[in-house]
Design a binder for this molecule. Structure first.
Ligand SMILES: Nc1ncnc2c1ncn2[C@@H]1O[C@H](COP(=O)(O)OP(=O)(O)O)[C@@H](O)[C@H]1O
Ligand SMILES: [Mg+2]
Length: 278
């Protein structure tokens, strides 16, 4: 992890002197997992992200908050090149994963290293087992015994194993909404990603299912870097180490979560988190 402390990594408002200094030193790679610099993003002629620079710390939880339409999902997709699947998009700037430009890496490998879980749980019309085994099979990872083992381990990591172990060959659709979302997390974990991106994973879930996912994310953070988009500010406050606030395609403020919620530097952030934004 190098000798850098967390305060070196997250240094307040982008553009502020300290942020720029630390960012430009470029020495943070040992504690940073992803480093985004000067990202601009366009759908056709329309620009929706403006000069976003953001550091994501290794094995921490980073939350991205902001009103609907401000570019959170778009930003998340650039972190594993998923935007390339959307016709007519263009990205400028740089996304480094462990210091390497992700555009210079094999895209399949990038998406294996940086997994994604979506807002609406989307299990395949297959059994619980086959859902989790899917990524292993298409990536030709492991024989039958190993797949069995990894499926079980992934369901454990996704805090679902105890609930499904006796009917693992039943349809994924037999599970509740919260269980289906944990199944999607298990499916993403099966290929052992280094980073997990989650786009509003709890927005369709009740408070109990939400609490389970939050506990799970906090456990996972010891082994995996997590970036979560959420419209639920209490959720960000509960789970995230660092929080970024987006507004109209710009990263307005990025800092340790308690600073964002208790002592934000920018008026826009304060207005948003106190519900005055309108
Ligand atoms: N596939 C797309 N094609 C064109 N415009 C899009 C597409 N996806 C999102 N946008 C636009 O980009 C902006 C940011 O959207 P998005 O990243 O989904 O924001 P958020 O996740 O914060 O709600 C919005 O104005 C939205 O309409
Ligand atoms: Mg979104």
């Amino acid at each position: 992890m190098g000798n850098l402390t967390e305060s070196n990594v997250i240094t307040g408002v982008p553009g502020s002197e300290r942020f720029v200094q630390d960012f430009e030193k470029g020495v943070l790679q040992s504690t940073l997992k992803i480093s985004v610099s000067q990202l601009n993003f366009y759908y056709g002629p329309r620009q929706v992200l403006f000069d976003v620079s953001l550091n994501i710390a290794d094995r921490k939880i980073t939350a991205l908050i902001g009103p609907s339409g401000c570019g959170k999902s778009t930003f998340l997709r650039t972190l594993n090149r998923l935007h390339e699947t959307i016709h007519g998009t263009r990205m400028e700037g740089e996304v480094l994963l462990d210091g390497q430009n992700i555009l210079e890496l094999d895209v399949v490998r990038v998406r294996r290293r940086v997994g994604m879980v979506f807002q609406k749980s989307n299990p395949f019309p297959k059994s619980i087992f086959e859902n989790v085994a899917y990524g292993l099979k298409i990536n030709k990872m492991g024989g039958r015994g190993l797949i069995q083992e990894i499926v079980e381990k992934s369901l454990h990591r996704a805090a679902l194993w105890e609930e499904v172990k006796d009917h693992i060959h039943k349809s994924a659709y037999s599970l509740s909404g919260g269980q289906q979302q944990r199944l999607c997390i298990a499916r993403a974990l099966a290929v052992d990603p280094e980073v997990l991106l989650l786009d509003e994973p709890c927005s369709a879930l009740d408070p109990i299912a939400t609490a389970k996912i939050e506990d799970l994310l906090m456990d996972l953070a010891s082994t995996c870097t997590i970036v979560i988009v959420t419209h639920n500010m209490q959720q960000a406050a509960r789970v995230a180490d660092h929080t970024g606030f987006f507004l109209l395609g710009k990263l307005i403020e990025f800092n340790k979560t308690d600073i964002i919620f208790k002592n934000p530097a920018r008026k826009e952030t304060e207005d948003y988190i106190t519900g005055r934004f309108g």
